[in-house]
Design a protein around this ligand. Structure first.
Ligand SMILES: [Zn+2]
Length: 139
């Protein structure tokens, strides 16, 4: 079985590809992130964006929120670190678990944010799921 030349992850790992040198996509991504991205410049670009929109209206930005770790971290960072006032926007497809809904409510309460939730009709959700399945093989 083939495995990564650097981290030994096996070729059977889900969504992992290997380059010509036998290095996995995860190792290549880490190397890119650490060596090719100018994080200080990215920080300045973010500061410029924040200055451009902060305290200019009722809300400073819109945060799409699923309740997963990425959107939760993003919301936490915007509120607690950047001190911005976001409007949180959610799309409820009807498949969220009860524990996720409870975690989201707790997150919104702790961070003190306004939330708009859009819940389309089941017919629309079905059509979107079918279209996603056709286009991407996954809904
Ligand atoms: Zn690797």
């Amino acid at each position: 079985m083939k495995s990564c030349a650097k981290c030994l992850i096996p070729e059977t790992a889900e969504a992992t590809t290997f380059d010509d040198t036998g290095t996995c996509s995860v190792c290549n991504q880490i190397e890119f992130k650490e060596e090719k991205v100018d994080w200080a410049d990215r920080g300045r670009q973010l500061d410029d964006l924040v200055a451009q929109f902060k305290d200019k209206g009722l809300y400073d930005c819109i945060v799409p929120f699923s309740g997963g770790k990425d959107s939760t971290y993003q919301l936490w960072y915007i509120v607690t670190q950047l001190k911005m006032k976001p409007l949180v926007v959610r799309f409820d497809h009807g498949f969220y678990r009860q524990t996720l809904e409870e975690n989201n409510k707790r997150t919104f309460k702790i961070l003190g944010v306004d939330v708009v939730q859009f819940t389309p009709s089941w017919h629309v959700v079905r059509e979107l799921m079918l279209e996603s399945l056709k286009r991407r093989g996954d809904f």
